[in-house]
Design a protein around this ligand. Structure first.
Ligand code: C2E
Ligand code: CA
Ligand code: CA
Ligand code: CA
Length: 274
């Protein structure tokens, strides 16, 4: 009936409004979150084929007084769309720079700590200077830092992105292409940009032993990376069977709940003797 249609629309509209309201609330809360020190970093280990820790990925966490725990899957895109991602990225760069020395002390000076950059970060002309400044203030060796970016970082202004990543490379940092295989033009980028590492997206790892085709594609990506002199890292490794296959095809870096979940820094450092 007409009445039902109207009610359905009202419910739909209300749902839209509360979704928009939440986005707005989150966007507004980001600024105060920095003042209230609500962000934190978790670090997830990356291991080699011997399951030795070779580095970590920094992953941001937000426990908001006002809104509770909010996943980066939700707030990073809101931060991007509301022009606030730069504030978050600066905070992450500084925090990683601050934490690096204690991770190196506990796991060796050869470890590499990765942080995620958003495509929108590249719209900020001063980003390289901010990174350089944070490294200088905290005595960071650039060789110990890797930047994970998706190919979307190259979409809007390819020449600028390439020049920015070249600057980081000259400084000594490495660049990883994140979520590899999920975009639609990944292979063409591989011919044009200077990269150090390919991170194979979890959806390929999930398919190991499940889908014959996905298993074969995963193997092919690892072979291709080796032929291109790139390091390769499998993300989201959860089972022994996935690990066994990845070791078998000599995927040199692995990351996933099978080895370690993301953890706060304090849980990754040796406890001080009483
Ligand atoms: P990502 O960069 O692809 O990171 C991998 C995500 O998979 C992380 O989720 C990680 O906790 C999760 N993960 C790792 N191993 C496993 C596993 O074995 N199984 C499963 N199911 N998940 C696993 P998280 O921390 O929720 O982050 C989600 C996304 O948010 C990240 O995806 C990244 O795109 C973004 N993100 C996180 N931290 C930052 C940050 O500091 N800056 C920016 N720009 N983006 C960030
Ligand atoms: Ca990542
Ligand atoms: Ca991913
Ligand atoms: Ca991602």
């Amino acid at each position: 009936s007409k009445l039902n249609g109207k009610n359905t629309f009202a419910v739909f509209e209300q749902g839209m409004m509360s979704a928009n309201k939440r986005r707005l609330d989150i966007a507004n809360a980001i600024v105060s979150a920095l003042k209230l020190d609500e962000f934190s970093l978790h670090y997830q280990a990356k291991v080699n084929t011997n399951e030795e820790v070779i580095g970590f990925e920094a992953l941001i966490r937000w426990h908001s007084q006002e809104l509770g725990f909010i996943s980066p899957l939700e707030f990073i895109s809101i931060a991007e769309q509301s022009g606030r991602i730069g504030l978050i990225t600066h905070w992450v760069i500084n925090k990683v720079s601050e934490d690096l020395a204690s991770l190196q002390e506990a796991y060796g000076s050869d470890i590499v700590v990765a942080l995620n950059l958003s495509a929108n970060d590249l719209k900020e002309p001063g980003l390289f200077a901010i990174i350089h400044d944070a490294f200088t203030r905290h005595g960071v060796t650039p060789e110990a830092v890797e930047f994970e970016v998706t190919e979307s970082a190259f979409l809007e202004n390819f020449d600028y992105a390439n020049q920015f990543f070249d600057q980081l490379t000259h400084l000594g940092c490495s660049i990883a292409l994140d979520d590899f295989g999920t975009g639609y033009s990944s292979l063409s980028y591989l011919t044009k940009i200077r990269l150090n590492t390919l991170k194979i997206d979890k959806q390929f790892i999930d398919g190991i032993g499940v889908s014959e085709r996905t298993t074969l594609i995963t193997k092919t990506i690892v072979e291709m990376a080796k032929n291109l002199n790139l390091k390769v890292c499998a993300e989201g490794v959860e089972t022994e069977a996935q690990k066994d296959f990845l070791v078998d095809i000599q995927c040199e870096q692995m990351q996933g709940y099978l080895f370690a979940k993301p953890k706060p820094l304090s849980e990754l450092l040796p406890k001080h003797a009483a």
